[in-house]
Design a protein around this ligand. Structure first.
Ligand SMILES: [Zn+2]
Length: 307
């Protein structure tokens, strides 16, 4: 069974180092390298930011990774960028359309002084569609923020030049139809969006599991890498290996369920996490069934992704 508890930025399992620069009920902001900070949210206590993300500073620009779950969370991150780097954010990168990574976007500002917004066309389209059912007080500021955003091609990598520091944006897919990673070479840091989780079981609500597995395999992880997962504590090569083992355990269990004709709910009832990950938490007890269901749907050729 998955438990529910607080999310520390670092755990006994994780060898990743860093210096704590801010701590709030909603999470911890940790300096992981010169000019690089990771935000590790604690959604079990407070959903102001909810997802993980971060700040990367160069000589002439500051990027914030993710727009977080609330405008208050985004405002707080913009204030932290100013406090830590002396600049307000120049650019905000949104990894994918899910609300916990995007809903705070208007909190960075909606007028000419607001930072550039980097997101893919698919992500912007999904966010725009989502506004149709939203209340005007939420939809209007988001629509203004999105109007200013230049939508990038879904399948093309990009580079941000922050002045003496180049940030690579990797175009990927699998957690949703369009995900991006934000990567630095030196030090080797990857902001993974929700393609990678750590010590929390991943959400497959919009996943195509085979694409997710391929995207995860394509992330370059070395012995010195620091990974900022979409949710959960800071991650390293060992923690990444445990995450991959969880994905593979889900796949193996789903393939066996398909072979013997079980439903996702039946298969979820006796799914077990690999032994080194049995202490992982989850946002919802339904996540095993959702993950197995995503695999069964894909194996049956019925997923709704457009090709
Ligand atoms: Zn997500």
């Amino acid at each position: 069974m998955l438990g529910a508890g607080g999310i520390p930025w670092r755990t006994r399992d994780s060898g990743v180092g860093g210096v704590l620069r801010a701590q709030e009920p909603w999470g911890s902001l940790v300096e992981i390298a010169d000019g690089v900070w990771a935000m590790i949210s604690n959604p079990m206590a407070d959903r102001t930011t909810l997802c993980n993300g971060g700040i990367v500073a160069g000589r002439s620009g500051v990027a914030v990774i993710e727009a977080f779950a609330s405008t208050r969370g985004a405002e707080w991150m913009a204030d932290q960028a100013l406090r830590l780097t002396g600049r307000r954010p120049d650019v905000v990168v949104v990894s994918h359309y899910h609300g916990d990574h995007s809903a705070g976007l208007p909190g960075f500002g909606v007028d000419e002084s607001a930072p550039e917004v980097w997101l893919t066309g698919a992500t912007r389209n999904r966010l725009t569609e989502g506004l149709r059912e939203a209340a005007p007080e939420r939809a209007d500021p988001m629509a203004r923020a999105l109007e200013r955003a230049v939508a990038r091609p879904d399948d093309e990598d990009d580079t941000l030049d922050l002045g003496g520091r180049r940030v690579r944006i990797g175009a990927r897919r699998g957690h949703t139809a369009s995900d991006v990673t934000v990567e630095l070479d030196a030090p080797p840091v990857v902001f993974c969006g929700d393609l990678v989780w750590n010590e929390m079981f991943p959400n497959y609500v919009d996943a195509r599991p085979s694409e997710l597995r391929r995207a995860v395999a394509s992330i370059a992880v070395g012995p010195d890498s620091v990974l900022v997962p979409g949710h959960g504590p800071l991650s390293d090569a060992d923690a990444f290996g445990r995450y991959v083992a969880v994905l593979d355990a889900v796949e193996a269990h789903a393939r066996e369920a398909r072979r013997v004709g079980r439903t996702a709910a039946e298969a979820a009832a006796d799914f077990e996490l690999p032994s080194e990950s049995t202490h992982w938490t989850s946002f919802s007890p339904s996540y095993f069934e959702r993950a197995l269901g995503a695999w069964l749907t894909e194996l049956e050729g019925e997923d709704s992704w457009t090709h």
